[in-house]
Design a binder for this molecule. Structure first.
Ligand SMILES: C[S@@+](CC[C@H](N)C(=O)[O-])C[C@H]1O[C@@H](n2cnc3c(N)ncnc32)[C@H](O)[C@@H]1O
Length: 264
């Protein structure tokens, strides 16, 4: 699997316009898919209002807002100043700005935040964009309290979505060598190992969108085959918003995982 270029990817995510333009999970065609990720957390976690939550790569703040709506105190961090503004907007719109703060920062350097201060650390839809996952995991692990929960999503290389994305990236790297790649995939085994290196034990995982094959949606927008695939995936999401059985779960277009730090 090709590695991401640390400097170029970092510069890309810091630029204002790009990320806010394409990351619109609550509006796009695949809205149903992203809603399912929120549903996993709503249904599978008994969210305790006393939890202190750190949402790394908060984006538009949809996950931070979910926990804040349950009464938790949340700190959102994002590299992109535009996204930080969007997350603050989300908090205001939902009336939770008193307990959902947002600050600019990088997953790879959270040294400005107190150690072991959070009961929950979220890293949603971010693994795939991190040039140095190990470094980011070490930083996030450092902020987690003993027994704390680490929640994340990643795109499995073993899913249809991941396979198509990798085929696309491979083709691009041949057709346009040197073009910036901002995402990659992981296998469940890799994720489990990386977590274990930080003393985090993968406890549960759920898969969203087994049939969601819409990698590079933008590229093929308007294509009849893609429209048909989206309709199939929408039907799937209505019937099976997410999968719990291990084989099905690990082949979802996104895997939502829960890992725990050891109790003190
Ligand atoms: C795909 S979006 C996911 C946003 C949010 N977690 C969600 O699921 O809706 C990734 C977000 O991570 C941010 N990001 C990218 N690299 C980052 C880094 N190294 N540290 C912190 N945030 C980063 C981006 O600016 C973007 O807002």
């Amino acid at each position: 699997m090709a590695e991401l270029d640390e400097k170029r990817v970092g510069d890309y995510f810091e630029r204002l316009e790009d990320v806010t333009d394409w990351w619109t999970p609550e509006e796009g065609e695949l809205r149903f898919h992203y809603e399912a990720e929120l549903r996993v957390l709503e249904e599978q976690l008994a969210i305790d209002p006393a939890w202190r939550v750190l949402d790394v790569g908060t984006g538009r703040g949809r996950f931070g807002a979910l926990f804040a709506r349950h009464g938790c105190r949340v700190l959102g961090v994002d590299l992109n100043a535009g996204m930080c503004a969007e997350a603050r907007e989300t908090a205001k719109r939902l009336g939770v700005e008193d307990r959902f703060e947002v600050t600019r920062g990088s997953a790879e350097d959270l040294s400005g935040l107190p150690e072991a201060a959070f009961d929950v650390v979220l890293c949603m839809e971010l693994f795939d964009h991190l040039p140095d996952l190990a470094k980011a995991l070490e930083q996030m692990r450092g902020r987690l309290a003993p027994g704390g929960r680490f929640l994340f999503t990643y795109v499995p290389g073993e899913s249809v979505y991941g396979l198509l994305g990798n085929a696309y990236r491979f083709a691009r790297s041949r057709l346009a060598p040197g073009e910036l790649m901002i995402s990659r995939t992981y296998s469940l085994g890799e994720v489990r190992d990386r977590l274990a290196e930080q003393g985090l034990r993968l406890e549960r995982y759920w898969g969203v969108g087994l049939l969601c094959a819409n990698a590079q949606t933008r590229l093929l927008q308007g294509n009849p085959l893609l429209r048909a695939l989206t309709a199939v995936a929408r039907g799937e999401a209505r019937r099976w918003p997410y999968y719990e059985r291990p084989w099905l779960a690990r082949h979802g277009a996104h895997v939502v995982g829960l890992a725990r730090a050891p109790a003190a």
